[in-house]
Structures are given as structure tokens and as C-alpha cells.
Design a protein around this ligand. Structure first.
Ligand code: FAD
Ligand code: UDP
Length: 387
């Protein structure tokens, strides 16, 4: 006996479940994996390293609402993420900034490029690469082409299987060129990591008398959406309470409009002695023939008390999502082309015909949510539902 059905125990499903449970609703949450946490799931490995099993996750936000909510379930420790990019044999700060210019150009030229950039955009600004490329100033244009070629062109091709021009500009806009000497990857006011990892947050968040969690079961075979009748069945019977669905919509609707494209990843996890690299993440924005992977992350650098003896790294290889493949069978990222968004709208229209079906989260909404953004959004969604 429950009032609300939630599919998926990632940030979207778990946050909504907790808020609804606190509002007096009995919630059943069904998760197909053996564990809660979605893609933020982490667990200790044999090196004593807290490994983020589905890729490195860094918490950064300006959302007081998300921080206040999550702080009920965790302590934090300050962590400012730094990324270096492998450019012409050197390791250079990413996002590309004034220090990166100095690392990549001769001193006289670097000084000139720095000055033009600061004079044009102002110290402390951030300029998306596609905007920088539109400049008429010859010095900025030359710099923009250099950055495009050495940071964005090949990384994006490897990551998405599409050129920068084929993708929504918001994708590369996530990592704008930084007119500053700030080497941090993010500029947010709150940059801290959960002291005991992300999984602990979920365990505490879902520990509520009104929440029942069932792990290890795909919910889709138990659901039957009937858009033309405006209803949805659960275990063969109509369920009239809210169904909060955080999985992929094409699967829920039996792929009736064709498969939605997702980008997947495969992590080559390696164990090494000591430390591996100078910062948590090193990007390889090089052609695929030179490095087949996009980035290497060293997990212990994300920990409050990292072990000294050994280290664990993950080498990240992007793949097209294929649910029957051995590598690349997890839908990590929606792919933002015009065609895919059009197809998604078709599925969303089907979902909208069922008034008590609520697609929520990165997969179901086909949106590039970070953890803070989906936490905030799921809280607001649940609060609205409770009204
Ligand atoms: P998910 O975490 O994907 O959770 C969905 C859950 O639903 C999963 O557990 C899935 O198993 C379950 N599910 C799906 N279908 C079914 C079904 N049919 N039946 C039962 N269960 C089902 N964000 C940041 O803020 N910082 C970062 O550094 C960062 N790094 C990232 C790195 C990578 C490689 C990726 C892929 C994402 C990263 N993110 C990062 C984004 C972050 O992962 C998302 O914001 C967050 O996971 C979204 O939560 P969600 O609940 O929408 O989705
Ligand atoms: N990007 C790039 N080179 C880099 C870093 C990022 O081309 O060195 C582009 C690439 O298209 C990537 C996007 O910017 O997919 C967003 O980068 P982000 O680090 O936010 O990716 P995520 O962590 O979400 O995978």
C-alpha cells in the first residue's frame, strides 16, 4: 500500500521520495541496480579508495536550497576541482585561462594575447568558445582557433561522436574560456565534497518510515503506460497516484517512436602505487588516434583522508549507447542534436497524455542536469506535488 511510485533511486528519485515522505506520503521506490545512488554511487575499493563507480562526481553549486537539503544527510569538506589538459605535450589548465595562454605561447605573444583578451572581455569574465570564435579581432580569432583545435574539437568528437557544430552550443558552453588566473574548473560559491561520499547521503535520505526501497529490479516490465486511455498500470492494475519515472522514456514506451540516442562510457579502472597524476582529472583533447580516451581521473584526490600507499584511476572511453553491447550499455548522457530533441518531444507528448506520470531527472527529461540542479528541481517538483 503506497501513495507514490518512484522509479530510480538517483538524485531525482531519492530527493523527490524523501520530500514526499516527509509530506506524509507512502512511497515505493524501485531501482534496477543492486544499490541506490544512481550515477553518483561510490564504494571503497581494495586500495581504500572511494571509487565513483559510474564516473567521477564533483559537487559544486550556488543553490542554497540544494545545500541545505543535502546537509541534513552529510558533513562536507572543501574541495576545489582542478583539471589539466594535455596540449602539445604539456599539461595546461582547463578551462583554458590566462595561465594556459602563458603555457602555450612564447612570452611576448602570450602577453599580447592576455592583454587583448582582458581589454576586450574584462578580467574575471567567461566566454564560451563559440562566442570567442565569432570575434573580428585577428588576435582573438587566432587564439580562439587555437583553443578550439586543441581543447574542444577532438575531445567533443570523442565524447559525443559529433562535431561541435552538430551539438547544442550549451554543451561546450559548460566549459567557457576563462579570462582570469583562476585555475579552478568551477566558479561556484559552494565547492565541497560529502565527507563520507555520495552513497552515504542516499542511505540516510532514503531511511524514512514512509519510504520502501526495492533494489535489483527493472520497473518497466511492471509498468504499462496507456497514453490513449490517459492511464498507467502497475502490476496489471491502474495506479492512480503519482508515478515519478527517472529512467529513459523510450524504454518505458516500448521504443514505439524508435530509440533515443544516449552517450555511454566505459571506464578502464587501474590500480597503481603512490600517486598517478598532479590533479584529480587530466583531459586528453587530442585526436582519437593519439589517445582513444577523453580523460583520466584519480579518485583518491576526491577524498578527505586519501590512502598514501596506492591509488585507483579510471580511464574514460566514450561509446554510443547500445543496450545489448558489452561496453557502452549504460545510458549516461542524452545526446543534444536537433534530431534527438525532436524525437524526445514525441515521447514527452505520450507521457503528457498520462496526467499522473511525471518524467523527472537527467534521463527522463533528456536534460544535462548536474547533481545540485536536479536536487533543487526534484525538491521544487515534490513541493508542488504536495500542494
Ligand atoms: P541517475 O543518477 O542516472 O539515476 C537514475 C536511476 O534510475 C539509476 O539508478 C537507474 O538505475 C534507475 N533506473 C533507470 N531506469 C530504471 C528502471 N526501468 N527501473 C528501475 N530503475 C531504473 N554532476 C555533478 O554535479 N558533478 C559532476 O562532477 C558530475 N559528473 C558526472 C560524470 C558522469 C560520467 C556522468 C554520467 C554524470 C555526471 N554528473 C555530475 C551528473 C549526475 O550524475 C546527475 O546530475 C545525476 O546523476 C542525475 O540524477 P538522476 O536521478 O536524474 O539520474
Ligand atoms: N569539453 C572539451 N574539452 C575539454 C573539456 C570539455 O571539448 O577539455 C567539451 C566537451 O564537449 C564536453 C563539454 O565540453 O562534453 C562539457 O564538459 P564537462 O567537463 O562539463 O563534461 P562532463 O563532466 O559533463 O562529462
Amino acid at each position: 500500500m503506497f501513495d507514490v511510485l518512484v522509479i530510480g533511486a538517483g538524485f531525482a528519485g531519492s530527493t523527490a521520495a524523501r520530500r514526499l515522505a516527509e509530506g506524509g506520503k507512502k512511497v515505493l521506490i524501485v531501482e534496477q541496480r543492486a544499490h541506490v545512488g544512481g550515477n553518483a554511487y561510490d564504494e571503497p575499493d581494495e586500495n581504500g579508495v572511494l571509487r565513483h563507480v559510474y564516473g567521477p562526481h564533483i559537487f559544486h553549486t550556488d543553490s542554497t536550497k540544494a545545500v541545505e537539503f543535502l546537509s541534513r544527510f552529510t558533513e562536507w569538506f572543501p574541495y576545489e576541482h582542478k583539471v589539466l589538459g594535455y596540449i602539445e605535450g604539456k599539461l595546461v589548465p582547463i578551462p583554458f585561462n590566462l595561465h594556459s595562454i602563458e603555457a602555450c605561447f612564447e612570452p611576448e605573444k602570450a602577453a599580447h594575447l592576455r592583454k587583448v583578451l582582458v581589454d576586450t572581455y574584462g578580467m574575471g569574465t567567461k566566454v564560451p568558445i563559440l562566442k570567442l570564435r565569432e570575434s573580428d579581432d585577428p588576435a582573438i580569432k587566432e587564439l580562439a582557433e587555437f583553443i578550439f583545435e586543441h581543447v574542444f574539437k577532438y575531445y567533443t568528437m570523442k565524447q559525443w561522436g559529433y562535431t561541435v557544430d552538430q551539438l547544442d552550443p550549451a554543451v561546450t558552453g559548460r566549459v567557457p574560456v576563462s579570462v582570469s588566473e583562476d585555475d579552478r574548473y568551477f566558479g561556484n560559491s559552494f565547492q565541497q565534497m560529502p565527507a563520507e561520499g555520495f552513497t552515504q547521503i542516499f542511505r540516510k535520505m532514503l531511511d524514512h518510515p514512509n519510504i520502501e526501497v526495492q533494489c535489483g529490479e527493472n520497473a518497466v516490465p511492471r509498468l504499462k503506460p496507456l497514453p490513449e486511455e490517459g492511464k498507467i498500470l502497475w502490476d496489471g492494475e491502474e495506479f492512480t497516484g503519482p508515478v515519478i519515472y527517472t529512467g529513459i522514456l523510450d524504454e518505458l514506451f516500448g521504443y514505439c517512436l524508435g530509440e533515443l540516442p544516449y552517450r555511454s562510457l566505459w571506464f578502464d579502472v587501474q590500480s597503481h602505487a603512490g600517486d598517478y597524476q598532479p590533479v584529480t582529472t587530466v583531459n586528453y583533447p587530442t585526436p582519437a588516434e593519439q589517445h582513444g580516451y577523453t580523460r583520466i581521473s584519480e579518485y583518491k584526490k576526491l577524498m578527505k583522508n586519501p590512502p598514501a600507499e596506492r591509488t585507483t584511476i579510471a580511464v574514460e572511453y566514450p561509446f554510443a549507447y547500445d543496450r545489448s553491447a558489452e561496453k557502452g550499455n549504460i545510458p549516461y548522457y542524452p545526446v543534444f542534436t536537433e534530431e534527438s530533441q525532436e524525437k524526445y518531444r514525441g515521447y514527452k507528448e505520450l507521457a503528457d497524455q498520462i496526467p499522473n506520470l511525471y518524467p523527472l531527472g537527467r534521463l527522463a527529461e533528456y536534460r544535462y542536469y548536474d547533481m545540485d540542479k536536479i536536487t533543487e528541481h526534484a525538491l521544487e517538483f515534490a513541493e508542488e506535488l504536495l500542494k
